[in-house]
Design a protein around this ligand. Structure first.
Ligand SMILES: Cc1cc2nc3c(=O)[nH]c(=O)nc-3n(C[C@H](O)[C@H](O)[C@H](O)COP(=O)(O)OP(=O)(O)OC[C@H]3O[C@@H](n4cnc5c(N)ncnc54)[C@H](O)[C@@H]3O)c2cc1C
Length: 479
């Protein structure tokens, strides 16, 4: 497909999950593809995100389970005190990273994708510049360019990182040591997952949240039940509505907490370590986007639903962006889906992504998951579009499988349009919530209605019957 005018049909800058999926899909479509990577192949997800954090959660989750004598004794099981080796848990995470990174690199090479090592940038329309680690600079001509440069941990002003006693998730995934007392700044999904790991391994946690309530990004009903299970029943102290305005590394680490209204220091803490989990910033500096008159929004690259980069209201020809750098639902599967959609459009097949059908999960024990609209956003939409809104709740305590596991504290909230039965959103806390949400995400993507869904047969006894019960309750409310 390449004409002599171009070195490549497509150059992708960044080999994270978004770049990887785009490259693989494009080469399967017959395009001549190159991918530019300045650090480790696989990006955040493989090296510092999903993969190592889930490995740590898997191992520490087993420790938690075996150490829960009260729960086990109700099943007639008696265990001796659990022993674990921190370094072997860390090795498990690290080996998984190496394994997945190697497989991903091999997959790209086998697909015929050229891997170019170095820092990529835009050099003009259909031009990408790459500087390698020796400072050698090359400029490539390509018909299309996808920017997939991802994101990095955001560290608020006043917090000093030394990567040992004060660190971000980049270091936490290595589990180099277990502090006796660790403060986690931020109660989003990353903060919650690490609180799960650290408490399972015997650390005391203080969770600091700047907003009024802990877990501010989750559904309020889900937060109530999640808080009881994931925070109150564990060695976790919470402090909300306070800013960590100064964090000084050392032994101990000193933290100053400031009241957001009076701006006065209200508390000082001395802890062994601090994990900063206050969100992520886009990697867009140095991309030379000005060359094509692209203005970022707080660093995020503006795109339309086809992943075409925008300059004001205009589309920049032959330039696409996917993944965290676009700031849309910053998750690995979003990045991958965006990558595929971008390639489809490059190949002339018009495709758009429905972000409302993309699920999100927090892999705590038990898990939290969601898809689609929050209850508040659904209320606003119902008022605007004048339809009747339905909300039903289905409980794990009525589910035989959850009862058999003696893990029946859980809830599913289903939000739907009562007029046409379409599912608008769902929020789950409970055993395997991350797996359960997929069925509802698919229903949103296919625009199925709850009356049809309520007739689908679910295996008994499985947790999926929690979803079936919700669909059946919702179907009863359809006029
Ligand atoms: C602790 C943690 C846990 C997570 N857990 C999950 C999870 O369970 N599920 C989930 O879906 N998501 C999870 N995420 C989020 C997920 O990792 C990201 O959403 C995903 O990695 C985004 O992919 P991306 O391709 O957009 O960017 P990235 O994965 O960040 O990749 C971008 C790549 O571009 C490279 N790059 C940047 N600039 C340049 C340049 N100029 N030239 C060349 N290369 C460049 C970078 O080195 C990097 O390799 C987690 C994140 C963290 C931090």
């Amino acid at each position: 497909m390449t004409t002599s005018k171009f070195d490549f049909d497509l150059i992708i800058i960044g080999a994270g999950y978004g770049g990887f999926d785009a490259a693989k899909h494009a080469s399967e479509k017959g395009l001549k593809v190159a991918i530019v990577e300045s650090r480790d192949m696989g990006g955040t997800c493989v090296n510092k995100g999903c993969v190592p954090s889930k490995a740590l959660l898997a191992a520490s989750g087993k420790v938690r389970e075996i150490a829960n004598h009260e729960h086990l004794s109700k099943l007639g099981i008696h265990t001796s005190p659990v022993r674990f080796e921190r370094s072997k848990i860390a090795d498990h995470a690290n080996n998984l990273v190496l394994n997945i990174r190697e497989n991903l690199t091999k997959t790209l090479t086998r697909s015929g994708v050229e891997i170019i090592r170095g820092v990529g940038r835009i050099e003009g329309h259909q031009r990408v510049g790459v500087r390698d680690k020796n400072g050698i600079d090359k400029i490539f001509k390509c018909e299309n360019t996808i920017i997939a440069t991802g994101s990095s941990p955001f560290v608020p002003k006043g917090i000093e990182i030394d990567h040992k006693t004060v660190f971000t998730s980049d270091e936490a995934v290595k589990l180099d040591w277990l502090p006796r007392w660790i403060a986690i700044i931020g109660s989003g999904y990353i903060g919650l997952e690490f609180a799960d790991v650290y408490t399972a391994l015997g650390c005391e946690v203080t969770m600091i949240e700047a907003l009024k309530n802990i877990m501010p990004t989750f559904d309020p009903d889900i937060t109530k039940i999640a808080k009881k299970n994931l925070i109150q029943s564990r060695d976790i102290e919470t402090k909300s509505n306070v800013f960590a305005t100064k964090v000084t590394p050392g032994c101990p680490v000193n933290i100053e907490l400031t009241d957001p209204q009076s701006r006065k220091i209200v508390e000082k803490l001395e802890v062994d370590a601090v994990l900063v989990a206050t969100g992520r910033s886009p990697n867009s500096d140095g991309l030379n986007l000005e060359k094509l008159k692209v203005e970022t929004m707080k660093g995020f690259i503006p795109i339309d639903n086809k992943m075409r980069v925008k300059s004001g209201n205009e589309i920049v020809p032959n330039l696409w962006a996917v993944g965290d750098v676009t700031g849309k639902l910053m998750l690995a599967h979003t990045a991958a889906a965006q990558g595929t959609i971008a390639v489809e459009n490059i190949c002339g097949h018009e495709k758009e992504l429905n972000y409302l059908s993309i699920p999100a999960a927090t892999f705590t024990h038990p898990e939290i998951s969601s898809v689609g609209l929050s209850e508040n956003d659904a209320k606003e939409l119902a008022a605007k579009e004048k339809f009747n809104l339905g909300v039903v709740k289905s409980y794990f305590k009525a589910n035989s499988k959850a009862l058999a596991e003696l893990e029946s504290d859980g809830m599913l909230k289903l939000i739907f349009n009562k007029d046409n039965g379409h599912v608008l959103g769902a929020h789950i806390f409970g055993l395997h919530a991350a797996d359960l949400i997929q069925e509802i995400a698919n229903a949103i993507s296919r625009e199925q209605d709850v009356s049809t869904l309520s007739m689908e047969v679910h295996t008994h006894p499985t947790l999926s019957e929690v979803v079936e019960v919700a669909y059946k309750q919702a179907a009863q409310q359809i006029s």
